[in-house]
Design a protein around this ligand. Structure first.
Ligand code: GLU
Length: 417
């Protein structure tokens, strides 16, 4: 079960650390410690060579108190129930913190998208959606992209669900392309949200972004957009990393050029102006801003003492272990922008997409972006204000406010029957 997972323990421990300060009784906290529903399905798929391969699919709905479950679907070879359950819990706190009318959910399939053909990916996605039919719906649980999935997979989920329903239902999923009644600005939303938070943090510590430098771990949808947005503000990108390895570029590198390189080469490997280094060396690069935007549990207690940055902006979910987090908090004055705040831009714009689909009335890119800024900057300032007033870390502030919102809703609605 999920209790064996180190990542789930990390999420649970975060809840336990702040539980006394959330202001609800123990029974309500206990209701938040385990997911409401955990679904495991097998996903049998005919591979291109004619063989049948069986994948494991997961969907965990941590909370459905505020509205439908909301959260991404992750394709990654090692994904398991514990990882998905931890991520679902983070989604609950994230939606609570930015006050979206959603519960928290997350899904995963233990497949390696790099090894599957487009046809195999489509069959995996459609069969998983079919298996999920009893548990999803525009008012029940709404999936979105996460690691290894994007607009293409969301289109297949939308189509499979709509075929079953007998009517088009774009609001079943967010992160679709704008052409398919998604929203403008969803693809860039998480990375942009990260950078809006960095702007606020830079203001708080009096750092001029036009003179700053950054390193970015992960060059997918979150990391690459964050790097481009930082570079647009004059930040020098001194280090980048992806599945192919970690790289340093002392004189800075243009993230747009890196993206062009990736169009043909798929990874950062082989780009001339960057040199390969170890993960330990990467995290020790002297810079102002570190953006971990790859995956969970990357900044460990061993790594923490080597960090040479002033801001950590957690683009990924759970990139810092609790041990590393405690060490950073006690021994450094690094300004850490915690995941449930820092990467909330994605789910915020998913909310906008869902609202637009429900109404069949679509917004301009400018409207999406200005509303995104309004919500994420407001959440940042609320956390910062709370952290200073109550003398707690930014992570504790975000958790107390996020968990507090979900817990208050649960307490106010009461217990059925
Ligand atoms: N997977 C993203 C996250 O972790 C987005 C979820 C969503 O848009 O529903 O926040």
């Amino acid at each position: 079960m999920f209790e064996d997972s180190l990542f789930y323990q990390q999420a649970l421990q975060q809840l336990e650390t702040v539980a006394d300060r959330v202001g609800v009784n123990k029974g309500t906290i206990d209701r938040l410690k385990a997911p409401k529903r955990s679904i495991i399905v097998t996903v049998p798929v005919r591979m291109d060579n004619g063989d049948v391969k069986v994948f494991n699919g997961y969907r965990v709905q941590h909370s459905l108190t505020a509205g439908p479950g909301k959260g991404g679907l992750r394709y990654s070879p090692n994904v398991d129930l514990g990882e998905v359950a931890a991520l679902a819990m983070f989604m609950s706190w994230k939606c609570g913190l930015v006050h979206l009318p959603f519960g928290g959910a997350k899904g995963g399939i233990n497949c390696n998208p790099r090894e599957l053909s487009a046809g195999e990916m489509e069959r995996v996605t459609r069969r998983f959606t079919q298996e999920m039919l009893p548990f999803i719906g525009p008012n029940v649980d709404v999936m979105a992209p996460d690691m290894g999935t994007g607009e293409r997979e969301m289109a297949w989920i939308y189509d499979t669900y709509s075929m079953h329903l007998g009517a088009s239902c774009p609001q079943i999923v967010t992160g679709k392309s704008a052409a398919l009644y998604g929203t403008l600005g969803r693809r860039e939303a998480t990375g942009r949200g990260v950078v809006y938070c960095i702007e606020e943090a830079a203001r708080a510590i009096d750092l001029k972004l036009s003179k700053a430098s950054a390193i970015v771990q992960g060059f997918g949808n979150v990391g690459s957009v964050a790097a481009v947005e930082l570079a647009m503000r004059g930040v020098k990108i001194k280090g980048v990393a992806d599945v192919s390895g970690c790289y340093i570029a002392e004189d800075g590198v243009d993230p747009m050029d890196l993206l062009t390189h990736m169009e043909t080469h798929k990874t950062l490997e082989g780009y001339p102006a960057i040199a390969k280094i170890s993960k330990e060396e990467f995290f020790a690069i002297d810079c102002d801003i570190l953006v971990p935007a790859a995956m969970e549990r990357q900044i460990t207690a061993e790594m923490a003492p080597n960090l040479r940055c002033r801001i950590i902006a957690e683009g990924a979910n759970g990139p810092t272990t609790n041990e590393a987090d405690a060490w950073i908090n006690e021994n450094t004055d690094i300004f850490l922008i915690p995941d449930i705040l820092c990467n909330a831009g994605g789910v915020i714009v998913s909310y906008f997409e869902w609202v637009q689909d429900m109404q069949m009335f679509f917004w301009s890119a400018q409207e999406v972006d200005s509303r995104l800024q309004q919500l994420i900057r407001r959440a940042f300032l609320a956390c910062h204000h709370y952290a200073r007033n109550e003398n707690v870390s930014m992570r504790e502030a975000a958790l107390i406010l996020g968990i507090g919102q979900v817990a208050q809703e649960k307490a106010a609605r009461g217990l059925f029957p």
